[in-house]
Design a binder for this molecule. Structure first.
Ligand SMILES: Nc1ncnc2c1ncn2[C@@H]1O[C@H](COP(=O)(O)OP(=O)(O)OP(=O)(O)O)[C@@H](O)[C@H]1O
Ligand SMILES: [Mg+2]
Length: 276
């Protein structure tokens, strides 16, 4: 356990392999997949640290429901900072229609543009290994997904790793493009937290180690989903809950509103909250 990240040894090992692959110019795509609150972003943040420690250039982006209609929105977040004029040369010059604000906007993902963006990333990776972090791809705009998929199929010889997260079966996601991306990726699915990790989270929040029966009740109520465990633990702490029965009761009714608030910032996606 480090920095509050519990029971994610396999995921961290996969992240380390991906970063090392980038450093060895055998680029790779790692896709962290799983339901809301399972801990995808938390692993992505760990990837940011690992990549930084290993001297990679980290570029990151987070898709959002609000930006989904904005063509290349995710690519802008990822690459604007790195798209220096001296890199937009040769084949990469075709990326300028997307990334150079003076050259008029392009929102379609034609081959030349995708190729240009690919070469921009390739040029960057000539200087330093590059780790691209992309959170919440289920909300990504279509042109950006096309780019990631294009890059994924050609990433082999590049000093580049893509680490991305997605919720499967999220309504409105570009399922076909995500499927295509998945075929070029290593997919890792963080699972529910094991009992000891649930106990650790409860202990941290409650200030004392809970009884075995309280741990059981928390596991039962949350299925080991770290978001649900932490919300339940926090609510239990503030309500002064002691007994497993009280905790189970909280689990049955107390967690839902807090989780709904988190999952529905825009008033959409109710089904995701329900599933969680
Ligand atoms: N391995 C872990 N150990 C301890 N706490 C964790 C762990 N994973 C996640 N958490 C906590 O659970 C909560 C949810 O995690 P996170 O935001 O990473 O989920 P997510 O899969 O990205 O969810 P979403 O699909 O909604 O973006 C956070 O508060 C995080 O701190
Ligand atoms: Mg997340």
């Amino acid at each position: 356990m480090s920095g509050g990240l519990l029971a994610r040894e396999d995921e961290l090992a996969a992240v380390a392999r991906a970063v090392d692959a980038a450093r060895a110019a055998t680029g790779t795509v790692l896709l962290l997949e799983g339901p809301a609150g399972i801990g995808k972003t938390t692993v992505l943040e760990a990837a940011r640290r690992v990549a930084g420690e290993r001297d990679a250039l980290v570029l990151s982006a987070r898709a959002s429901e609000l930006d989904r209609a904005f063509g290349f929105g995710l690519v802008h977040q990822l690459l604007d900072r790195a798209a220096k004029p001296e890199l937009l040369v040769g084949a990469a010059a075709h990326a300028a229609v997307v990334l150079d604000p003076t050259s008029g906007a392009a929102e379609d993902a034609g081959f030349a543009v995708l190729h240009g963006l690919y070469w921009l990333v390739a040029n960057l990776a000539e200087q330093q290994p590059v780790v691209l972090l992309a959170d919440d791809l289920h909300w990504a705009d279509v042109p950006s997904l096309r780019f990631l998929e294009y890059l994924a199929r050609r990433i082999d010889g590049l000093a580049v790793a893509v680490v991305a997260t997605t919720r499967p079966q999220e309504p409105g996601a570009s399922a076909e493009l995500l499927d295509e991306l998945r075929t070029s990726a290593t997919v890792v699915r963080p699972g529910p937290l094991p009992r000891e990790a649930v106990a650790d989270l409860l202990t941290a929040e409650l200030g004392a180690a809970p009884d075995a029966a309280v741990i059981d009740a928390a596991l039962e109520a949350t299925g080991g989903n770290p978001l649900l465990v932490s919300v339940l633990a926090r609510e239990a702490a503030s309500a002064g809950v002691q007994s497993p029965a009280q905790l189970a009761e909280l689990g049955a009714r107390g967690v839902a509103p807090a989780v709904e608030r988190r999952l529905r910032p825009l008033g959409a996606g109710k089904s995701a909250a329900k599933r969680a």
